[in-house]
Ligand binder design. Structure first.
Ligand SMILES: [Zn+2]
Length: 499
């Protein structure tokens, strides 16, 4: 007898529908797999046989032909254990599949328990698109799946559950906690007004930012506070972000949900694959785990140069394409890029108290590690000097305009202005050439200033556009309809000095 069940496989962060067909016939007992299964699926036969026996069913000695369609797609992972086991039980007349139009997915333990799998949000979304109304899935994935409305979530603990009716799990959208208390507040960092202002501009217009300063100047502390001033994730963004985390092997925690924007800070020793994604079983890298959040590269020049070059594509296109032998995978990677570095190899170039021991050649070589094209893609470059007590005056949080809460409110206002301008959640940092033309008009005086900067070789075509985008955000923060010369001057300050 032939049994047919719907299931799913993951490609990148997207899922596709797979039909699992099981046929049992008399003959010398064996299992025949077809439809490009990987080793994990081929090995599943022993696991499934044991699971069936351990849940008080029988495993009759037959020839089982197991086919996974579409046949031309390479399938990976333990997703099909549950539908294959149910197929075997149905084809041997021991069980009636409760709903032939539902989707079945899950890994089996030897005892027949159904274990959680990765990528459940992607699978649920695909199911809805394909008109599937019900999904039987591991109990431990049920809470995560219940974030997606419009589909019945049927949690399964064990193969044994199919002997009784399984009841659907109610949908629960996690409530967004809005907190006004921040464990890391900008107010805790003394001074550094210029850097705080630059970070506010970066957050307001989604501009990439590079902080340059000696060790101990507080660069890392400043950037770590950046996610707190960004607006909270929208529901759509939250699902998107969680989908990527759910597909990732290391990040996957099936029952946790976080409304905070991701903050990823990989170490500079990270591999190329770890940063951008890929691998034998493809996984999203740090740049995709930072989707809708912040990617922070501390000790920027210490990163592998090739890895930095690869950042150029996601910085422009907000996605990364991974080329595989037989197909391509695209992972989303739309993040606010932040980096920090020392001004020279020893770290104390231009420091007020410590002497720099580097010669000009060493400094030049250090800077060459981050190429011109990468620097060109950074909108805001700001110095963060080491401060002594006499360099700043202590102010109370009431008087301080740079507390996390106050910055967050201003960022939110500026983002609302941009949303009105673009009619989407787009920010100034992502303007295309036509939008740049339309929204960044300059008066005569400003045009001359920009032209002069280009004539002097201080700006390239690309960095000119960056300056205009930053100037637009500065104008928005000051609630100015047009870009004034003061806004342009400030934006020009955020270009790299000549080294
Ligand atoms: Zn030095």
């Amino acid at each position: 007898m032939l049994s047919r069940l719907k299931s799913a496989a993951l490609i990148g962060i997207d899922a596709i529908e797979i039909s699992v067909e099981v046929d049992a016939t008399r003959g010398l007992p064996k299992e025949l797999f077809s439809g490009l299964p990987d080793t994990v699926i081929r090995e599943s036969k022993d696991r499934i046989r044991t699971a069936i026996k351990n849940t008080h069913y029988v495993y009759p000695p037959n020839v089982y032909t197991i086919h996974l369609a579409p046949a031309d797609l390479h399938k990976e992972g333990p997703f099909f254990d549950l539908p294959i086991a149910l197929g075997i039980l149905e084809s041997t007349g021991q069980l009636k599949i409760p709903d032939p139009n539902a989707l079945y997915i899950g890994e089996l333990s030897l005892g027949g328990e159904v274990r959680p799998i990765r990528g459940i949000l992607s699978i649920c979304q695909m199911a809805i698109t394909n008109g599937i109304k019900r999904i039987y899935l591991p109990c431990d994935n049920a809470k995560e799946a219940s974030m997606i409305p419009d589909i019945d979530i049927m949690p399964v603990k064990s193969l044994r559950d199919f002997q009784n009716p399984i009841l659907p799990e109610p949908h629960t959208l996690p409530i967004q906690q809005i907190s006004t208390h921040y464990s890391q507040d900008f107010h805790d960092i003394k001074g550094q007004i210029a850097a705080k202002r630059a970070i506010e501009i970066a957050a307001s217009g989604k501009h990439n930012i590079l902080l340059i300063g000696s060790p101990g100047s507080g660069k890392t502390m400043l950037i770590k506070r950046l996610p707190n001033i960004l607006p909270p994730l929208t529901h759509h963004e939250a699902i998107e972000t969680h989908k990527i985390q759910s597909v990732n092997r290391k990040e996957h925690t099936s029952n946790s949900f976080n409304w905070e924007r991701p903050f990823r800070s990989p170490h500079h020793s990270i591999s190329h694959i770890g940063l951008v994604g890929g691998g034998r079983i493809p996984q999203p890298g740090e740049i995709s785990l930072a989707h809708n959040g912040v990617l922070f590269l501390d000790e920027f020049p210490e990163f592998d140069r090739n890895a930095l070059e690869v950042l150029r594509q996601p910085l422009e296109e907000h996605a990364i394409q991974i080329t595989r032998a037989n197909f391509n995978i695209t992972y989303p990677a739309n993040f606010l890029f932040a980096a920090a570095m020392n001004p020279c190899p020893c770290g104390y170039y231009h420091d007020k108290t410590k002497k720099c021991h580097c010669n000009p050649l060493q400094i030049q070589k250090y800077w060459k590690k981050i190429s011109g094209p990468i620097l060109d893609r950074i909108d805001i470059i700001v110095d963060v000097p080491r401060l002594n007590k006499e360099d700043y005056t202590e102010i109370s949080s009431e008087k301080n305009p740079f507390t996390t809460e106050k910055i967050k409110n201003r960022v939110s206002e500026t983002r609302t202005q941009q949303a009105k301008r673009f009619q989407t959640s787009k920010c100034n940092g992502d303007m295309n050439p036509q939008e740049l033309e339309r929204h960044c008009n300059l008066d005569k005086e400003s045009k001359k200033l920009l032209g002069d900067s280009m004539d002097k070789g201080l700006l390239t075509g690309r960095s000119r556009d960056k300056v205009l985008k930053v100037a637009r955000t500065i104008a928005d923060i000051s609630k100015s309809e047009n870009i004034q010369i003061s806004h342009l001057c400030e934006a020009l300050q955020y270009r790299p000095k000549k080294w």
